[in-house]
Unconditional design. Structure first.
Length: 238
């Protein structure tokens, strides 16, 4: 299939972004990740005006929809490059852009360290032995599938990288820790949860619609609110 690829590129953190268009003969069963590897394997590749393309910088690791490293905007929607097949784009146009909610490092690479910073800020860890029930185990397992890819934050109307609302990338992991805290140890995390998650969430659930892992974000939000805000046990623990 003939594909017109438009890539939003940027040389470094301080330079101005620019768009580069490439015409390429692609295979419908290839993923966007495969395409990027193929483009980078052609050192003499030129764009539609004859300018050299050079190396297209992007992130990847597992290429199996397990790490979230290859998240980017694909035709305006945050998705994983390894999980997006070219056959979807029957009109033959593909636009690749870095996620917009995070600082761009280079080309399609962004700095998502704010997600880890936010988890540290709310104290998302256990300081006492975990208390686990059979019913809560499934909730914890589902929350553990979070890829920390940032797609949920990209579509969240309330999240900004420098804001006080931390979004689903924080409250999904927090739901796992909250479910394992003894009642008498539920202090710092619930307090920070109310400040940095509950008070800023508009409940649009756009995060659930976009999640590449298919996590039931609403369930995590409801149960976490029950513990941290309404001071009730998790429904899954009852």
């Amino acid at each position: 299939m003939k594909l017109i690829i438009e890539i939003l590129r940027q040389k470094d953190r301080t330079s101005e972004p620019y768009r580069q268009t490439i015409a390429y003969e692609a295979l419908p069963d290839d993923t966007v990740a495969t395409l990027l590897n193929k483009l980078n394997a052609e050192p003499a590749l030129t764009d539609t005006v004859g300018a050299p393309v050079g190396t297209i910088h992007w992130q990847c690791s597992c290429l199996q929809k397990k790490c979230g490293a290859c998240a980017m905007r694909i035709n305006g929607t945050p998705r994983l490059a390894c999980d997006t097949k070219l056959g979807e784009f029957i009109k033959g146009r593909l636009c690749l852009e870095p996620l917009r909610k995070f600082p761009t490092v280079r080309d399609l690479i962004v700095d998502r360290s704010v997600m880890m910073d936010n988890l540290r800020a709310i104290g998302n860890w256990l300081e006492q032995p975990a208390v686990q029930t059979e019913k809560a185990a499934q909730l914890c397992y589902d929350a553990s599938r979070c890829l920390q890819c940032g797609c949920c934050l990209e579509v969240c109307p309330n999240f900004t990288a420098d804001g006080s609302f931390y979004g689903a990338a924080a409250f999904v992991p927090a739901s796992k820790v909250l479910s394992q805290l003894k009642k008498e140890n539920r202090q710092n995390l619930p307090q920070n949860y109310r400040k940095n998650i509950y008070s800023g969430c508009g409940k649009s659930l756009s995060c659930q619609d976009i999640c590449p892992a298919g996590i039931d974000v609403e369930q995590k939000l409801v149960n976490s609110n029950a513990v941290a805000v309404w001071k009730r046990f998790f429904k899954a623990s009852q």
